[in-house]
Design a protein around this ligand. Structure first.
Ligand code: NAP
Ligand code: MG
Length: 485
């Protein structure tokens, strides 16, 4: 019998998606070559197979895209909200219809398991467009101004939004950015991450399919220099960035003194707090979801486990048993739990941080698992005997690595959870409702889950405290980021 960890390609699902050998930039409703004809390759991180060659956008291309978005803004912003809503509903439905294809595409380009793209990412992407479609004709009732058709100030769109997204949830991050921007009457230029450009280009095709007017959505692929050209372009009115804290800080410096509006969704080091009265099996599932979902490449991952000292051994034994059942391998296999790490660079970063953990004296453990010989892989990893001063307790690893710390009292749990430069997410596991409320109200984290983790919904705002960024995406709050209120 084949080992559950053996890599076996799944050709039948690969056939669902038709990837062209080359893609251009999507500007003013057309796919075009980059000025100068520069291209880059995108690979499948699970096999290192080249999937396609993609145009590398330059400052000149950004300028063309911003020009197209500016021109389109006149008409798009003048449309009644109900008309804009029709396009967004149409996009949402096409995403649903094409979701199998998009899930396979995303899994190929990103390396994440098909179960996650199919069951989590794609339904959320469609839900986001449906949700914001519903707001498009109700902006006057969102609490930011007066309703359309009534006298007084109707909240106005900002203009052209420059949006830069990371590689961990390529299509979902696109939805978080584009859906609220279009619903509120803005037009956009979006730059996807260098390692995962394909789903944004398929989305461009969906915009055409939906009959979206030219120039309302423009997609310019490229690398960090393309993103920098977008952010610094004088013709954009709003910057929406999701990515690392380092690049977020650079962007904040770059646009300081301009009248550009900005939202930054940055890194995290979420605490997942397990009290001694929590049902252990449930908590263990939540710990696994918290840090091994999407190979831990999640900004709000529960990467610091804080476990009450009295149940430490019991929780750890149970967690290790559970980790021994995780399947690492072919992302297209429906039984796979952990897929590939997104890139060689990210793998090197995770590897280096895990080595630092060992060098600083923490105890490293992984279940036995064979990793495929090609592609970028990292076994699920636990560190025990971790103290708050350890690098692996402070720095975002953005990989399948959990740092385990202990606490004795709720006060100590709160103090340790808040002892971080970040403030994006946290989790609480306990049977006591009163404890959930008491602890949650003292955590400095944008989202606090109770007896669950990594659950997302378009109706609830998401965002950070401290170095996790500012501004909120999602929910009614997410409209404000795109309105002149
Ligand atoms: P990153 O290096 O900051 O890149 C994010 C995006 O910015 C990419 O499209 C990147 O392009 C682009 N970029 C790079 N340098 C730029 C510059 N100087 N100016 C403008 N754009 C630039 O982050 P990443 O490694 O892709 O993503 C992982 C990070 O994102 C983690 O820290 C994670 O916590 C954070 N994240 C946060 C959230 C949230 O909601 N808070 C969600 C997901 C991820 P290239 O890829 O082409 O270099
Ligand atoms: Mg790729």
């Amino acid at each position: 019998m084949a080992s559950p960890f053996e890599y076996a390609p799944a050709p039948e699902s690969r056939a669902i998606v038709d990837i062209a050998p080359a893609y251009g930039l999507f500007i003013d409703g057309e796919f075009t070559e980059a000025a100068g004809g520069k291209v880059f390759k995108t690979v499948s991180p699970a096999t290192e197979e080249v999937l396609s060659e993609v145009a590398h956008g330059s400052a000149e291309d950004i300028d063309r895209a911003v020009g197209a978005a500016r021109k389109a803004f006149e008409k798009w912003s003048a449309l009644p909200g109900a008309e804009r809503a029709k396009y967004l509903f149409r996009i949402a439905r096409i995403i649903q219809e094409r979701s199998r294809e998009l899930a396979v595409l995303e899994t190929l380009d990103n390396g994440k398991p098909i179960r996650e793209t199919r069951d989590t990412d794609l339904p959320l992407v469609a839900a986001h467009f449906f949700y914001y479609a519903g707001w498009a004709d109700k902006l006057g009732h969102a609490g930011f101004g007066t309703a359309e058709g009534q006298s007084g100030a109707v909240p106005r769109p900002l203009g052209v939004a420059g949006q830069v997204i990371p590689w961990n949830f390529p299509l979902l991050m696109l939805a978080w950015k584009i859906a609220p921007a279009l619903a509120t009457g803005n037009t956009v230029v979006l730059k996807p991450a260098e390692t995962t450009p394909l789903s944004a280009l398929f989305f461009a095709d969906i915009c055409r399919q939906a009959g979206l007017p030219r120039g309302v959505v423009n997609i310019v692929t490229g690398d960090g220099s393309t993103g920098a050209a977008l952010v610094s372009h004088p013709g954009i009115d709003k910057v929406a960035f999701t990515g690392s804290t380092a690049v977020g800080k650079a962007i904040a410096r770059q646009i300081a003194g301009t009248d550009k509006r900005v939202t930054l969704e940055l890194g995290g080091k979420g605490a997942n707090i397990v009290f001694d009265d929590a049902p252990v099996d449930q908590a263990v599932e939540g710990i696994v979801t918290g840090i091994f979902f999407n190979q831990g490449q999640v900004c709000c991952a529960g990467s610091r486990l804080l476990v009450q000292e009295s149940v430490h051994d019991e929780v750890l034994d149970s967690l290790k048993r559970r980790l021994s059942t995780l399947r690492v391998g072919d992302p297209l296999d429906k039984n796979t739990d952990l897929g590939a790490i997104n890139s060689a660079e990210q793998l090197a970063r995770i590897t280096a941080l895990a080595e630092t953990g060992e060098a600083e004296g923490a105890e490293r453990w992984s279940p036995e698992c064979e990793l495929p010989s090609s592609g970028y892989w990292f076994a699920p990893t636990l560190f025990t005997n971790v103290s708050q001063a350890h690098t692996i307790a402070r720095d975002e690893i953005f990989g399948p690595v959990l740092s385990v710390l202990t606490f004795r009292t709720p006060e100590e749990a709160v103090a340790k959870a808040n002892n971080t430069q970040y403030g994006l997410s946290a989790g609480i596991w306990t049977e006591k409702g009163s404890r959930i409320l008491a602890v949650a109200s003292r955590l400095r984290a944008g989202v606090v889950w109770a007896n669950t983790f990594n659950k997302f919904d378009p109706t609830s705002p998401f965002g950070g405290y401290k170095e996790s960024g500012y501004g909120r995406e999602g929910g009614r709050h997410g409209l404000e980021a795109y309105l002149d209120v």
